[in-house]
Design a protein around this ligand. Structure first.
Ligand code: AMP
Length: 320
């Protein structure tokens, strides 16, 4: 069972055939789905259409280096090139690309978005991940794929669905994952080790979070992480904010949020999760957005962090 995307995937392939230079971008602060999808799409296009120059761009993240290397685009004539953005709903959080500089733009994403952003948008907000959409496109169109790309797509699906745990996991997710495993004989031990092996200090930091999170009477949990906390446990802000998923399935928590100070951008990075309370409308009022039950925001002032947390607590109260 493969979703047909109303033939938008066919239009995308037609456009890919038309352009010699193709640049693929994704969001800032990338997660494995963002990087795996851009690297896999680059390699799949190169394999199927050999005359293309394809670039996957954006700042690399050392702990996701196992997904592949990224490219520089100094010599690309952008006004003659095709830009494909992955895993983000709008250009606001794109890493290293301006829409107007490119001849033609395409978006492939699984975040909800109610308006057209690129010349072609393929949005499936029922999909667990961008990698799931890409794998569907590959299977739908009988495109060739190497084992490394299949491995990357599987990794993005596993990571964004939180090991098939989150509500976006569907029969389609399992079908695609199963086909990737079967057709490409993937090494699960290697994939899970790359994704989940980590130093003991990170596990200790997780315990610190569990021991120090404040939980309101309405079931809202929050913690403000500081530079001193990171230093003490030898972790960075990025690692800290990725831990927000680990608080799922705690009975006392309906919704929970981390605030992590990001020294580079001089902003508070907010990660919000809930089990079944809608939160993305609140996040979007505070310079953020995301999925119904998994959102984020960036804020400059601590008082705005407090306001956001208060609004989330109110939402928990309303849902009682
Ligand atoms: P995170 O907690 O960083 O994993 O983000 C969860 C979801 O919220 C992802 O789907 C992000 O795309 C989205 N998100 C995070 N930060 C922002 C932001 N500042 N603006 C809009 N969406 C965001």
């Amino acid at each position: 069972m493969i979703i047909l995307f109303n033939n938008i995937d066919k239009q995308i392939i037609k456009k890919i055939k038309e352009y010699k230079d193709i640049v693929i971008a994704r969001h800032i602060g990338p997660d494995p789905d963002a990087i795996a999808s851009e690297v896999a799409l680059r390699d799949i296009i190169k394999l199927n259409f050999e005359d293309k120059n394809v670039y996957a761009i954006g700042l690399g993240v050392s702990k996701f280096r196992f997904l592949g290397t990224l490219d520089k685009i100094d010599d690309v004539k952008k006004d003659e090139a095709l830009l494909i953005i992955l895993d983000l709903p709008e250009f606001g959080r794109v890493d290293g690309a301006e829409k107007d500089e490119y001849a033609y733009t395409i978006k492939i994403d699984h975040h909800p978005c109610d308006h057209q952003v690129c010349d072609i948008d393929l949005v499936d907000d029922k999909s667990s991940s961008t990698c799931q959409i890409l794998a569907s496109i590959v299977f739908n169109n009988d495109l060739a794929m190497d084992v490394t790309s299949a491995e990357n797509l599987f990794t993005g699906i596993v990571s964004d669905s939180d090991r098939f745990l989150l509500s976006y996991t569907s029969p389609q997710t399992f079908n695609i994952a199963s086909r990737l495993l079967d057709d490409y004989n993937l090494d699960l031990t290697k994939i899970y080790n790359n994704l989940y092996a980590r130093p003991l200090s990170e596990r200790k930091f997780e315990s610190f979070i569990i021991n120090n999170i404040t939980i309101t009477e309405n079931g809202f949990g929050y913690i403000k992480l500081t530079n001193e906390d990171y230093k003490k446990y030898d972790v960075d802000a990025n690692t800290a904010s990725n831990m927000v998923n680990d608080l799922n399935h705690i009975n006392e928590l309906k919704c929970w949020a981390f605030s992590s100070w990001d020294e580079k951008s001089k902003q508070f990075r907010i990660n919000i999760r809930s089990r079944d309370i809608v939160i993305n409308d609140i996040a979007s009022q505070y310079n953020g957005g995301g999925h119904k039950f998994a959102s984020g925001a960036r804020l400059e002032k601590e008082e705005d962090v407090d306001k956001l947390f208060k609004a989330l607590d109110e939402r928990c109260k309303e849902s009682k």
